[in-house]
Design a protein around this ligand. Structure first.
Ligand SMILES: *Cc1c(COP(=O)(O)O)cnc(C)c1O
Length: 426
C-alpha cells in the first residue's frame, strides 16, 4: 500500500516536471521522494501521512514567526473582506513602503513586485538603464532567482541539481555577466580594470545563503562599496533572504554598508508571494512612469500579500526577535559540532542568528569552491536520519537552514537531540 505522499507524488510526476513546482523541493540529491505537507503551524509541518516534523526550512525563509501565525492569518482574513485585487493603488502599498523605508535607511523609494526573482531582475535592468552600461558582476554560488542574466554559476537548486549554468541562456547574455569568486578583493579590482566603464553593477548576497551559509571576510563589503563608487557602478545587495531575517535593516545594518539598491522578498510577504526593490531616489526615479526603465506587474502590491507582509514586519518591530533567534541558532550548531567532534567527523557550522549550515568538510567554507568540498553523499545520509527522527532539513547540502521564533523550548531541544544522534549514526 502506498502512503498518501507516495500516491500524490505519483500523480504529480505525471503532470508536473519532476513532480515539483520548484526544484529545491525535490529530494533527488538526498535520495527518496518528497513528502507532501497538508498543514503547518509554529515550528511544525504536518505531512499528508500525518507525521509531525520539526521544520528547518521555514518555507525557505519567510516563516520567521513560525507557520500560520495567528496575527498574519488575521491580517489576511481582514484584507480578504475588502477584495483580492483592485488594479489601482491601494492603502496597504503605502504602509508597506513606509515600513521598508523606516527599517532600511539606504532605501529612499521602493517598488513592490511578486517574487525575489522579479526584484533582482528589475534591479539589474534599472542599474543598466541608469548607468547606461551592460555588464554586471555576480559571485559564484550566489543565487538571485532565475532570470537569464543571473542563472550563471548560480547556487540553490541550480547547483544542487547539477546545473549552475542553466541551459537556455544565450551566450550573448552570459557574456554580459562577469562571475567572480566571493571573498576575493583582488578579483574585483581585476574585473574593473579589465572592463573600464562597462560595469553597471555588482550584485551579491551580502551573507550567502544559497550555497549553504557563508559569511564575508572582514572588510570585504567595504571593498565592494569603494570599488563601485570609484568606478561609477551601483552596488546591489540582494537581501531577499537576509532582509528582516538577521536584523530589521538586513545585513547592511549589521555591516554598516549603504548599497545603492536593495532587493527584498520572502519575509516581507509573510508567506504570500512578494518581492521589492528600492534604493536611492535618483536611481528609483529612472523607473516608469517617471523614467525610461520599464517594470510592471498586474498583481504587484496585491492587498492580501501586503496585509500579510505588513503584519509580519510589525511583529518583527514589536518583538525584536534577533537575540532569541541567535540563541536558538547557536544551540543547534553547538550540539551538531559537539556530536561531530565526539565522532571525529570534520564539520563546519557557520551561523549568524537564524541562518546556518552544516558542511561535512575539514575546510573552512568561504566561497563556492570550498562549499563544494563538503561531502554531499554524507549529507544525504544525515538528512534521511534526521527525517526518520522527525526533523526536516533543507534537502540539499548547499542550502541555509532557517529557524523561527516558534522553534523555542521543547521543539529545539528535541531537534538538537535528533540532529546529534543522526551525526553520531553516520
Ligand atoms: C529566494 C531568493 C531569490 C529568489 O526569490 P523568489 O521569490 O524565489 O523568486 C533571490 N535572491 C535570493 C538571495 C534568494 O534567497
Amino acid at each position: 500500500m502506498s502512503s498518501p505522499s507516495e500516491t500524490l507524488f505519483a500523480r504529480a510526476l505525471q503532470l508536473i516536471p519532476g513532480g515539483v513546482n520548484s526544484p529545491v523541493r525535490a529530494f533527488r540529491s538526498v535520495g527518496g521522494a518528497p513528502f507532501f505537507t497538508k498543514a503547518a503551524r509554529g515550528a511544525t509541518l504536518i505531512t499528508a501521512d500525518d507525521r509531525e516534523l520539526i521544520d528547518f526550512v521555514c518555507t525557505w525563509g519567510p516563516a520567521i514567526h513560525g507557520h500560520n501565525h495567528p496575527r498574519i492569518k488575521a491580517a489576511i482574513a481582514a484584507a480578504l473582506e475588502n477584495g483580492t485585487s483592485f488594479g489601482t493603488p491601494n492603502p496597504y502599498e503605502v504602509e508597506m513602503a513606509e515600513l521598508i523605508v523606516k527599517f532600511f535607511p539606504s532605501i529612499q523609494k521602493v517598488r513592490m513586485c511578486n517574487s525575489g526573482t522579479e526584484a533582482t531582475m528589475s534591479a539589474i535592468r534599472l542599474a543598466r538603464g541608469f548607468t547606461k552600461r551592460d555588464k554586471i558582476i555576480k559571485f559564484a554560488g550566489c543565487y538571485h532567482g532565475h532570470s537569464d542574466s543571473l542563472l550563471i554559476k548560480a547556487g540553490s537548486g541550480a547547483l544542487t541539481h547539477g546545473h549552475p549554468d542553466s541551459a537556455g541562456i544565450p551566450a550573448a547574455f552570459a557574456q554580459e555577466t562577469v562571475v567572480l569568486p566571493y571573498n576575493d578583493t583582488a578579483a574585483i579590482d581585476a574585473a574593473f580594470a579589465a572592463n573600464p566603464g562597462k560595469i553597471a553593477c555588482i550584485i551579491l548576497e551580502p551573507y550567502i545563503g544559497n550555497v549553504g551559509f557563508i559569511k564575508p571576510d572582514a572588510g570585504y563589503h567595504q571593498h565592494l562599496r569603494k570599488a563601485c563608487t570609484a568606478h561609477g557602478a551601483l552596488l546591489i545587495f540582494d537581501e531577499v533572504m537576509t532582509g528582516f531575517r538577521l536584523a530589521r535593516g538586513g545585513v547592511q545594518e549589521l555591516e554598516k554598508i549603504i548599497p545603492d539598491l536593495t532587493c527584498l522578498g520572502k519575509i516581507i510577504g509573510g508567506g504570500l508571494p512578494v518581492g521589492a526593490f528600492g534604493g536611492r531616489a535618483d536611481i528609483m526615479d529612472y523607473l516608469a512612469p517617471l523614467g525610461p526603465v520599464y517594470q510592471a506587474g498586474t498583481l504587484s502590491g496585491n492587498p492580501l500579500a501586503m496585509a500579510a507582509g505588513i503584519a509580519s514586519l510589525k511583529l518583527i518591530d514589536e518583538l525584536n526577535p534577533y537575540a532569541k533567534l541567535d540563541t536558538l541558532g547557536r544551540q543547534v550548531c553547538t550540539a551538531a559540532l559537539a556530536a561531530a567532534q565526539s565522532k571525529g567527523l570534520p564539520l563546519q557550522a557557520p551561523q549568524v542568528g537564524s541562518m546556518f549550515s552544516l558542511f561535512f568538510t575539514p575546510t573552512p567554507v568561504r566561497d563556492y569552491d570550498t562549499a563544494l568540498t563538503s561531502d554531499a553523499k554524507l549529507f544525504g545520509r544525515f538528512f534521511r536520519a534526521c527525517l526518520d527522527g522527525g526533523v526536516y532539513l533543507p534537502p540539499s547540502a548547499y542550502e541555509s537552514w532557517f529557524l523561527s521564533t516558534a522553534h523555542e523550548g521543547a521543539a529545539i531541544d528535541r531537534a538538537c537531540e535528533v540532529i546529534s544522534s543522526a551525526i553520531k549514526s553516520l
